[in-house]
Design a protein. Structure first.
Length: 489
């Protein structure tokens, strides 16, 4: 990408995992293919952080320990000097010549400053630059970061200055805290940027306690400020940004950042147009070794694409077999002509019928495992990462291009249903009152009133118990009051 050869698509974002050169060194040894320095500035703009400043998120509820779905930070850029980082870049490139080292730099709206800092970084040996035009807190108040990245003209001019100053590739880091990220990306391209990074953290306030005090808070006055939200919570925003830019600017290189915590997630960003991805919050939850899983997982996902017999799989997940709490079950409608719920006396009756059925059709003494299970052989070449770049884009379009004639409705597999009533509750109080719930058997039933909103699928605790199928009849919306033939005066 952009003339740079990456060993794999995974790199470290400009954030706490790259606080020092020693950390970047350990990351390269662990297998990461590229890393961005923590953002640094000219000495006149040096900063000092506050503390505490990095806290767990609340978007996944009261979950403590690893596995956080989000983090919020009010950390600024690097406290280390430009001289330190230039020396580190030189040493890292000397010791890891096959790794990509990208210098993350920031200045105010000054041609002289951007020119000087960009040239210093290039002279140090950086493979590329990332222009931090998007830090959502602290730096914007100093006329840097977000203050520059929300204005197309400022972005265009800064990119022009940097393009005139250096020959190496550079990427403008986009802020999601804006109405149209595509406009900013276009301005960066017009200014000569090699590509963009999408995106930085999302400005937010993670929460306040019952006393009205936010966390993190600083000093005896317990003051706080809006910080940068990262992690899984911002993944939909980052996916939108990457796909929107890639659709609007075909072929324009994009580095993805925002909620990448697994190989399948990385593949989503690749399919939305970003050949490489930057990781930060997932390392908060574990350490640098996660890259092993990411590399192996991506290889497996690509390999599975070449196996015709597994095309009904979703990545490494096989199709859901009809089951009841993990155990395969026959369809009772075919055995006794009716459905039975899975609780109380009904469960006992169900178990008795299933046991009798098994005795009649598959006695244990006749059940033998398969002697030989043939290994599936690839019928076509295993796709490369490059083959996957942007394949999702043709299906991501504007709302007006969606076909409202091709409707869907929900269908419930009553053999898999655990009779919890979640589908009924959400449909009744948040949807279209299209599910009935038998007061005795607790069996839900989707009626002809279903509009295909998919809320029931979203809250059902059993995977594939509720699925969406094509609507067999034309969809006629209930308008409440019929449309007037003529205007009513």
């Amino acid at each position: 990408m952009a003339g740079l050869k990456f060993e794999n698509p995974y790199g470290l974002a400009s954030a706490t995992p790259t606080t020092s050169a020693a950390m970047m060194r350990r990351a390269f040894e662990a297998g990461w293919s590229f890393a961005l320095t923590k953002t640094y500035v000219l000495d006149k703009d040096i900063i000092t952080n506050v503390s505490p400043r990095i806290v767990r998120g609340t978007t996944s509820g009261h979950i403590f320990g690893p596995g956080q779905g989000a983090f919020l930070n009010i950390e600024l850029i690097s406290e280390k000097t430009c001289a330190y980082w230039c020396q580190c870049i030189t040493e890292l490139k000397r010791d890891f010549p096959t790794k990509i080292v990208i210098a993350s730099i920031m200045c105010g709206y000054s041609k002289e400053d951007w020119t000087l800092l960009a040239q210093k970084s290039e002279e140090a040996g950086a493979d590329a630059l990332e222009l931090n035009l998007s830090c959502p807190h602290g730096m914007g108040e100093r006329g840097m970061g977000l203050a520059c990245g929300q204005d197309e003209e400022l972005v265009r001019n800064i990119c022009r200055w940097v393009r005139a100053a250096v020959k190496i590739p550079f990427f403008a880091k986009m802020t999601p805290n804006i109405t149209s990220i595509v406009g900013i990306a276009k301005a960066a391209k017009e200014g000569g940027a090699t590509g963009v990074t999408a995106t930085n953290t999302v400005s937010g306030l993670m929460g306040v306690n019952t006393k009205g005090v936010a966390w993190p808070n600083i000093g005896k006055d317990q003051r706080t400020t809006y910080g940068g939200v990262s992690g899984n919570a911002i993944r939909p925003i980052a996916l939108r940004a990457v796909s929107a830019i890639s659709n609007a600017l075909p072929g324009f290189p994009v580095m993805a950042a925002g909620g990448i915590d697994a190989a399948d997630v990385a593949l989503q960003f690749i399919q939305c147009g970003a050949p490489v991805v930057q990781v930060c919050s997932a390392i908060h939850n574990q350490d640098f070794t996660i890259v092993d899983d990411y590399i192996t997982g991506l290889k497996a996902l690509l390999y599975l694409q070449s196996i015709d017999e597994l095309q009904d799989w979703d990545g490494q997940s096989c199709p859901t077999v009809r089951h009841q709490k993990g155990k395969p079950v026959p369809k009772l409608m075919d055995l006794i002509g009716k459905h039975l719920p899975s609780f109380g006396p009904y469960m006992k009756e169900r178990e008795s019928i299933v046991a009798q059925h098994k005795e009649e059709v598959a006695p244990l003494d006749q059940s033998k495992p398969e002697v030989h299970r043939p290994v599936f052989q690839p019928k076509k070449p295993v796709p490369t990462v490059q083959d996957m770049v942007g394949i999702a884009l043709p299906r991501i379009t504007s709302y007006n291009d969606l076909d409202n004639k091709q409707q869907a409705v929900a269908i419930i597999d009553e053999e898999m249903c655990i009779n919890c009533g979640k589908c009924y509750m959400t449909c009744n109080d948040s949807g279209y009152q299209a599910i009935t719930f038998d007061p005795e058997t607790h069996l839900p039933h989707v009626t002809d009133d279903c509009t295909g909103c998919t809320l029931c699928v979203s809250v059902c605790p059993i995977i594939d118990c509720i699925t969406m199928i094509p609507r067999p009849t034309p969809y006629l919306p209930r308008r409440g009051i019929p449309l007037a033939v003529e205007a009513v005066s």
